[in-house]
Write a new protein. Sequence first.
Length: 135
Amino acid sequence: MQKYSIGEFASLVGLTTYTLRYYEKEGLIIPSRDGNDRRYYTDQDIKWIGFLLHLKGTGMSMEEIKHYVQLRAQGDGTIAQRRKLLATVKERSLAQIREMQANLTVLSHKIDWYDGKLNHTVSEDFEHYLQRFNN
């Protein structure tokens, strides 16, 4: 089993040692300790931090992540609760993606409108230009 110091582990997972200590304080990760009480991490911890970063990347709040970790620590009896939590986060993330896509569509139209203004192929104002796409 490979053992990583906090500095090595931080480099491997792309986090700072400060962040790792914060995650430990919040109960998100529990490093092992050697005979001198120095923390060390394993390949299993790399996978776990990777998953936590995926959760964070969905916009999951720290409170939701902590709740998920607490449920996970309770074992398989909480699978339905964990699934429900993740499904809620997934739906929220999909709604944010849809909103972002709509915003990007408007942004793309605005860029195209500017291009049309610059090359004199568009004469109407932006509001009327947008009506082309709303029909």
